[in-house]
Ligand binder design. Structure first.
Ligand code: 13P
Ligand code: SF4
Length: 305
């Protein structure tokens, strides 16, 4: 079977089996072409909260599939490739959060969506990169513990000086690979280009960029801009997608090192195997974890509107 034949089969079977395919923006082009929806972590959560399909296949990483399951507990949710974890989601446990809450009882705890479902059972709010500023602004609490990504946390804090946001150690190992030197080199090599980065990048990188936003925020900005050249500071798949969508513009990687090996693990064959039932990883979570984690995730979907 070649790529086109496999894609046609996936499209045929997903209709037959009432399956919805969700793909994060970092997935490969051949997967995006069979997906019903492509988006950032917030967009994927919104889709999950309103789907009518009985079966959902997530092409992304595990916490994304778990979020879908929590938002749609009565659906069958599958992770297209069982080995795709997010290293950032493993950086803090529920026990770590409980310890922080004891130390800072007067603070509200806000967790980035890139965390485990168990951790989400003890936090006040969940946010994504595209919804964090909007949601924190609406929260009545001034004092906030932002976990686990200090880069995203300090980017949010800069935009909300009225809040007292405390961050901790952690972050995305993929975006940490981008340095200030990469930005300086890109400015020299592409003097007419705009530099667009993800807020998971280090603060000194984000400070020198022309725009910082979520994966789909970056894509939207580049598509709508009158500029013709862009240097992209997020997972390098976004460079390929933008080049594909905007053939009259030029896109460059801010760092060739910005590759998420977890996101890149999922292949079209994994999607095919999941949808045909040849190899499936169904997401099953304990009932009490789903119910408790749903409270903070529902708050995010509602407050993010
Ligand atoms: P967003 O798509 O929400 O910007 O998240 C980026 C990311 O690193 C997902 O793991
Ligand atoms: Fe996790 Fe970073 Fe990969 Fe996103 S890009 S899945 S945050 S390691």
């Amino acid at each position: 079977m070649n790529t086109k034949e496999m894609q046609d089969e996936i499209k045929r079977i997903k209709k037959e089996k009432d399956m919805l395919i969700l793909a994060h923006a970092y997935q490969s082009q051949d997967i995006l072409e069979v997906a019903d929806y492509m988006g950032d972590s917030y967009g994927l959560s919104v889709q999950a909260s309103k789907t009518h399909h009985q079966n959902v296949v997530m092409c992304g990483v595990r916490f994304m599939a778990e979020t879908v399951k929590i938002l749609s507990p009565n659906k069958h949710v599958y992770l297209a490739n069982r080995y795709t974890g997010c290293p950032m989601a493993q950086q803090m446990t529920k026990e770590d959060v409980l310890m922080l809450k004891e130390k800072y009882p007067e603070y509200a705890v806000v967790a980035y969506i890139n965390t485990t479902s168990e951790l989400k059972t003890v936090v006040d709010m969940v946010v994504t990169s595209s919804s964090a500023v909007r949601i924190l602004k609406k929260m009545p609490q001034k004092d906030i513990l932002f976990i686990p990504d200090p880069n995203l946390g300090s980017w949010v804090a800069k935009q909300l000086p009225e809040k007292n946001i405390k961050t901790f150690q952690g972050g995305c190992p993929t975006h940490w690979r981008i340095s200030k030197k990469d930005v300086e080199r890109a400015r020299k090599e592409h003097p007419h280009a705009e530099i667009l980065v993800h807020p998971e990048c280090k603060p000194e990188v984000t400070a020198l960029a022309d725009y910082a936003g979520s994966t789909t925020g970056i894509m939207k900005y580049a598509k709508e801009s009158d500029k013709k050249e862009f240097v992209i500071g997020t997972e390098n798949s976004i460079v390929q997608h933008l080049q594909f969508d905007c053939p009259d513009k030029k896109f460059y990687c801010l760092s060739v090192e910005c590759v998420c090996h977890n996101m890149r693990q999922t292949t079209l064959v994994d999607v095919y195997n999941t949808i045909t039932g040849k190899e499936q990883e169904e997401i099953l979570l304990p009932e009490d974890i789903m119910q408790k984690a749903k409270i903070a995730i529902d708050r995010m979907v509602e407050a993010g509107k």
